[in-house]
Design a protein around this ligand. Structure first.
Ligand SMILES: C[S@@+](CC[C@H](N)C(=O)[O-])C[C@H]1O[C@@H](n2cnc3c(N)ncnc32)[C@H](O)[C@@H]1O
Length: 223
């Protein structure tokens, strides 16, 4: 069974011990904005970045990032929808990005890269890639309050994340994740709007699974 045909209709809604935005969110975000991470890059991510950077430097057009792309379905859909753009899907799981998906969304203007975004984001920001749209679709939610720093807006790499892309588009089935990202983005000086996802065609396998289970999917668009 491919992930595009993942089991449908049995996905449980997120349960969290957090009733709303995490009480330490602002403090964590301000701390990360004030002190950038200087952790050394992992070799495999640096190498993957260098290979992609050579392509980006020779490309004269719009760059679209699809972070946490999983099996890359959304990467292919975005490539098909934006034939003049270079679409780059990134995921740390080799198993997911190497999975052969037989979907209708075939295109030749995309790349799937195996890399850890904690490093990859810092490399992209340092190289100043001209990213027009930056997608983060259904990131792992880490719903336990004590795991706030594992969420992207609570992570040390948030300053780089928020600097990448004229537009940042996040989706989640847990609205608190997006409310927190929205609040973190505002601290960094960027405004975002939260809406319900109403498209008939799911963009990703996780979106398909949540919709089939009757869960509401949400989108945050940061401009
Ligand atoms: C819940 S899945 C969503 C996948 C896909 N976007 C979808 O909606 O079907 C989250 C994905 O994020 C990836 N991921 C988590 N942490 C990552 C990191 N530090 N670097 C790169 N990918 C990461 C995981 O491997 C996983 O494929």
């Amino acid at each position: 069974m491919t992930q595009t045909q993942a089991p449908m209709g049995d996905s449980k809604a997120i349960i969290s011990n957090q009733p709303g935005v995490h009480e330490k969110l602002d403090e964590i975000v301000r701390k990360h904005l004030a002190h950038r991470s200087k952790k050394p890059y992992q070799a495999h991510t640096e190498q993957a970045f260098n290979e992609m950077n050579a392509i980006v430097e020779n490309f004269d057009g719009e760059i679209i990032l699809d972070s946490c792309c999983g099996v890359g379905q959304s990467t292919r859909i975005l490539a098909k929808q934006n034939p003049d753009a270079l679409v780059i899907g990134i995921d740390k799981s080799a198993h997911r990005i190497n999975r052969n998906i037989d979907d209708v969304w075939q295109a030749d203007n995309y790349h799937l890269i195996r890399a850890d975004l904690n490093d990859f984001y810092r490399l992209v920001a340092a190289a100043n890639w001209p990213v027009s749209k930056h997608y983060i679709l259904y990131p792992n939610p880490w719903p336990k309050a004590k795991h706030i720093q594992r969420r992207w807006h609570g992570s040390a790499v948030f300053p780089e994340i928020i600097s990448i892309g004229s537009e940042i588009i996040l989706r989640s089935n847990w609205p608190i994740y997006l409310q927190e990202f929205q609040q973190a983005a505002a601290i960094a000086g960027r405004a975002g709007q939260l809406t319900q996802v109403n498209e008939a065609e799911p963009l990703t396998p996780f979106e398909a699974k949540y919709q089939a289970s009757g869960q509401t999917c949400w989108q945050l668009r940061v401009e």
